[in-house]
Design a protein around this ligand. Structure first.
Ligand SMILES: Nc1ncnc2c1ncn2[C@@H]1O[C@H](COP(=O)(O)OP(=O)(O)OP(=O)(O)O)[C@@H](O)[C@H]1O
Ligand SMILES: [Mg+2]
Length: 284
C-alpha cells in the first residue's frame, strides 16, 4: 500500500509507537517491546497489539525470537517522517507519486509554501533487499543511511539557495521537502540552445564550488529544464570541497556532463580548461 493511503489509517497511539521506535533506532537493531511501551506510555499488551497491526501493513517489522522487539521498514520510516512534516505545519496534504528514482520516492504535496515535493530517501533498498531478507540483518543500517542521505541532500541544498537548485524547505527523518520544479529531465529534452545551456551549467557548477559544494552525481538525469531555465537536483551524494577525493569526484561530474553534450549535441569542450575555469574561479 502506498503512503497516502496508509497515512489516514494510523491513530494517535500508532504514531506514538512509531515515534518511540524512531527515537531508539540508533541504539537497537530491534527496539525492545518494553522500551517502546515506556517511551510511548502505552502498556505492553496494547503496544504489542498495535505493533502487530503495523506489522500487517508492513510499517514495522516485529521480532519474536530471543526478545520481543520491533523496527521500522523503509515505508514506516517514510510514513513517520511525513508525519513529522505534517505535525510541524510544513505539509498540508500529500499528493501523487511523481517519480521513483534508484534510491528515492518523490511525491507531490501541498505545503505551507504552496505546491512542493517530498523526496523520501530509501538507501540500499533495491540492491540489498534480498540479502537483508535472507540473512535477517534487520534493516537498521538502511534506515540510518537513508536518514543521513536526506540530511546530506538538505544541507547541500541549503548551502546552494539562490542558485539553480530547488528551494529547500525542511528535512525530517528520511524526507526532504523542497520546491516543486515544473520541468523535465534534460535527458528527455532536445535543447534548442545546447551551447548556451552547457555554458550556464558550467557557470553554475563553478558557483557551487565557490560555496564549497560538489554535486557528486551530475548527469542529464539530474538536471531539470524548461523554457525558463534549468535546475540541478539530487544531492545525496554531494560532498564538501576538501573531503576525500573531492577533485576526482568533481572531475567525474564534469566528465559525465561533457560526455553527454558530445553524444547528444556534438559539442566538445576541453576538460582541462573547464576544470581550470571552475577551480581557478575559486579565489573571489
Ligand atoms: N524538486 C523537484 N521538482 C520536480 N521533480 C522532482 C524534484 N526532485 C525530484 N524530482 C523528480 O523525481 C526524480 C527522482 O529524483 P532525484 O533525481 O532527486 O532522486 P534519485 O534519482 O532517486 O536519486 P539517486 O540518484 O540518489 O538515486 C527526478 O528525476 C525528477 O523527475
Ligand atoms: Mg536522480
Amino acid at each position: 500500500m502506498d503512503l497516502p493511503s496508509l497515512y489516514p489509517k494510523l491513530g494517535k497511539n500508532s504514531w506514538k509507537i512509531l515515534d518511540a521506535i524512531f527515537k531508539n533506532l540508533w541504539n537497537y537493531k530491534y527496539v525492545p517491546l518494553n522500551v517502546i511501551s515506556s517511551f510511548a506510555k502505552i502498556n505492553e499488551e496494547k503496544t504489542r497489539r498495535i505493533l502487530r497491526a503495523l506489522g500487517d501493513d508492513r510499517i514495522v517489522i516485529n521480532k519474536q525470537t530471543e526478545y520481543e522487539g520491533a523496527t521500522l521498514t523503509l515505508s514506516g520510516l517514510s510514513l513517520y517522517s511525513l508525519h513529522l512534516l505534517v505535525e510541524s505545519g510544513q505539509v498540508k496534504a500529500i499528493g501523487k507519486k511523481m517519480g521513483e528514482g534508484k534510491e528515492s520516492l518523490v511525491y507531490n504535496c501541498l505545503s505551507k509554501h504552496g505546491e512542493a515535493v517530498i523526496k523520501f530517501h530509501r538507501l540500499g533498498y533495491q540492491s540489498f533487499k534480498k540479502v537483508v531478507e535472507k540473512r535477517d540483518y534487520g534493516n537498521l543500517n538502511f534506515l540510518v543511511l537513508s536518514i543521513r542521505s536526506a540530511k546530506r541532500e538538505f544541507s547541500a541544498l541549503k548551502k546552494l539557495q539562490g542558485l539553480a537548485v530547488p528551494e529547500a524547505y525542511s528535512w525530517e527523518g528520511n524526507a526532504v521537502l523542497m520546491q516543486l520544479i515544473d520541468a523535465e529531465e534534460m535527458i528527455k529534452v532536445k535543447l534548442k540552445n545546447p551551447d548556451e545551456v552547457l555554458e550556464a551549467i558550467l557557470e553554475e557548477v563553478a558557483k557551487f564550488y565557490r560555496r564549497g559544494v560538489i554535486h557528486g552525481d551530475l548527469s542529464p538525469f539530474n538536471i531539470l529544464v524548461n523554457e525558463e531555465g534549468f535546475w540541478i537536483i539530487d544531492f545525496p551524494q554531494s560532498l564538501e570541497v576538501g573531503e576525500d577525493n573531492w577533485r576526482e569526484i568533481l572531475h567525474r561530474d564534469l566528465e559525465n556532463l561533457l560526455k553527454y553534450f558530445i553524444r547528444a549535441y556534438g559539442i566538445e569542450r576541453d576538460m582541462n580548461s573547464v576544470i581550470k575555469r571552475i577551480i581557478g574561479d575559486s579565489g573571489d
